[in-house]
Design a protein around this ligand. Structure first.
Ligand code: ADP
Length: 551
């Protein structure tokens, strides 16, 4: 084009992408779809999307009556349940900001986060009453604490001065409420990263980013959520919006099953069977528990056929068990809080259909292909782009309409590099665009100038039948800078020696990748999102070689 004349504008309606539009659509077009919740009170609650929408409108009136203004933050400390879902829609839909808080964080961090976010109200499940009692005096911004239950469950002792009852508030409110229209770029939800280094930082999602993420993540190449599905998100609604499922399930018309606090293998299995769950989502540790329960008791899944696993690398052994023994298709996904969270999902291309089983499995093991909307690149230490050859690892950067551009209250300053967000992950990308995460930058093991991918080594270790969990860390080494040491948790009753573990690696990795040693422990330290805290392992074993005089 030769001149800078203004473009010819399209002739289509202009409608902001607002979270309330998802609920309005779902209530009108899939109003009868069921929402089932295992409540912390102990029973199972069921109602329809239409009921949910009516209660969300009541709740929006409650928020207004409590003086919550546009853009103000409302905190939640809650499991996956229907009241939490009502908050998802009522808070964001009315123009306020839903601030989900991870209750597994240290109470000091929670108090810090509530204060940093300046939460006006704090809604919480019964489980978290002791926690709220402990932190309430340190939450000056909070005008009222709302127990997400009925009057019968209110504590009698009145330790919290300004304590309100959720069901009482709803009962007294009208369900006549018109969802306001405003700029789709307005903030909708706030989620803090887990803060493994320094204080947690807030990621402030917008209505637009949330709705686009919900559309994209429901697509067949991604989570493939359809009206005929029964979806049980094990991923918590208190962290990264349960991977967007509270939005994508409603816009798809599927049935939603919310498991509450009971996340052990037996409770989950029972709920899967009774409710006819077809699709679920969770981090690897959850599946380890569920799969063990099913196999140890000689059970099978009647309806469960598909799961998405992410948040940490899915061990190949777990994927094989789910596919080969339990007939459950596994979609390996990668993302992060800063990405709403989905970036890539695993799956086959048409021409992979001709590959033998093992070849297909190798493709499925990777973290997968970018979802439309997300772009990615890998670079070296000097920010030079690296080839997509499936071999060269580099720092992974991303961009897209649901990727963070700055943290809440500009914490950490300008985080982008030339408009790209540095993920802190190290990855390879193959010529077909399939991503494979090899490490987090801070966990990468640098041995004699070469990078050793700890995830690969862990996956090999976890393929040994005696191994339940494994983590590989770099320990200081006078000659090579760092060398890999494997920290292993054995299955109950299993026996394995250091030599046997090391022999298991022979022929599977290059010689210099071989771990130098194996340490057996009872359990690995995990953080608030269920991930292994390698920094704590490094603190414990970082000087291993010097201490043991191994060199
Ligand atoms: P945090 O709050 O700990 O930052 P997130 O829940 O945002 O946690 O986790 C994001 C990180 O988790 C990613 O940067 C990546 O390191 C890791 N991760 C997520 N999914 C995968 C996966 N499928 N394979 C390997 N690592 C993953």
């Amino acid at each position: 084009m030769t001149n800078a004349a203004p473009p010819l504008m399209g002739g289509m309606m202009d409608q902001p992408l607002l979270i309330s539009s998802i609920l309005r659509f779902a209530a009108r077009h899939y109003g009868g779809s069921e929402i089932v919740s295992r409540r912390v009170e102990g029973d199972v609650h069921r109602y329809t999307v239409r009921d949910c929408a009516a209660r969300a409108r009541r709740l929006a009136n409650v928020l207004g009556a409590q003086g919550v203004a546009m853009g103000e933050r409302v905190g939640t400390l809650a499991w996956n349940g229907y009241r939490h879902l009502e908050l998802y829609y009522a808070v964001s839909g009315s123009g306020a900001v839903l601030h989900t808080i991870n209750p597994r964080l240290h109470p000091d961090q929670i108090a810090y986060i509530v204060d940093h976010a300046q939460d006006q109200l704090l809604f919480f499940d019964l489980t978290f009453l002791p926690l709220v009692e402990a932190i309430a005096p340190r939450c000056p911004s909070v005008k009222a604490f709302v127990l997400m239950s009925d009057r019968a469950h209110l504590p009698a002792d009145g330790k919290i001065a300004n304590l309100l009852c959720y069901e009482d508030l709803l009962a007294a409110a009208s369900d006549d409420y018109a969802w306001p229209e405003f700029d789709e770029h307005a903030a909708a939800a706030l989620c803090y990263t887990s803060g493994t280094t320094g204080n947690p930082k807030g990621v402030l999602y917008s209505h637009r980013s949330t709705v686009l993420h919900a559309y994209a993540s429901a697509m067949p190449n991604a989570l493939n959520v359809a009206a005929a599905d029964v979806v049980l998100p094990v991923v918590p609604m208190f962290h990264v919006n349960a991977w967007g499922l509270p939005y994508s399930v409603l816009l798809s018309g599927a049935k939603l099953v919310l498991p509450g606090a009971a996340l052990d293998g037996k409770s989950l299995y029972d709920l899967f069977e009774v409710e006819g769950v077809t699709f679920s989502a969770g981090v690897p540790t959850v599946w380890l528990g569920l799969v063990n329960h099913v196999l140890q008791n000689g059970l099978a899944f009647s309806t469960f056929r598909r799961t998405v696993i992410g948040g940490a690398a899915c061990p190949p052994a777990l994927m094989d068990t789910l596919i080969d023994r339990l007939d459950v298709k596994v979609i390996h996904a990668w993302g992060m809080t800063e990405m709403s969270p989905l970036g890539t999902t695993g799956g086959l291309l048409a021409r992979h259909r001709d590959l033998p089983e093992a070849g297909q499995r190798a493709v499925l093991r990777k973290q997968g292909h970018a979802i439309f909307g997300v772009d990615m690149k890998i670079v070296d230490d000097d920010s030079k782009q690296l080839p997509w050859d499936g071999r060269t690892p580099g720092h992974l950067l991303v961009k897209g309409p649901w990727v963070v551009s700055r943290y809440f209250r500009d914490e950490g300053g300008d985080v982008l590099q030339d408009g790209w967000f540095p993920t802190g992950d190290v990855a390879t990308i193959d010529p077909d665009g399939f991503l494979q995460i090899t490490d987090r930058s801070k966990d990468v093991i640098k041995s004699g100038g070469e990078w050793i991918g700890s995830i690969d080594l862990e996956n090999i270790a976890m393929a040994h039948p005696a191994v339940l969990q494994a983590a590989c860390i770099g320990v200081r080494h006078p000659k090579w800078d760092e060398r890999p040491v494997l920290v292993v948790v054995l299955r109950p009753e299993a026996r394995l020696t250091r030599a046997e573990m090391l022999r298991f690696f022979e022929g599977k990795v290059a010689k210099f990748w071989m771990p130098d040693d194996v340490v057996f422990v009872d359990a690995l330290p995990t953080g608030a999102t269920g991930k292994v805290q390698k920094n704590r392992l490094r603190e414990r074993f970082g000087d291993y070689f010097v201490l043991n005089g191994a060199v």
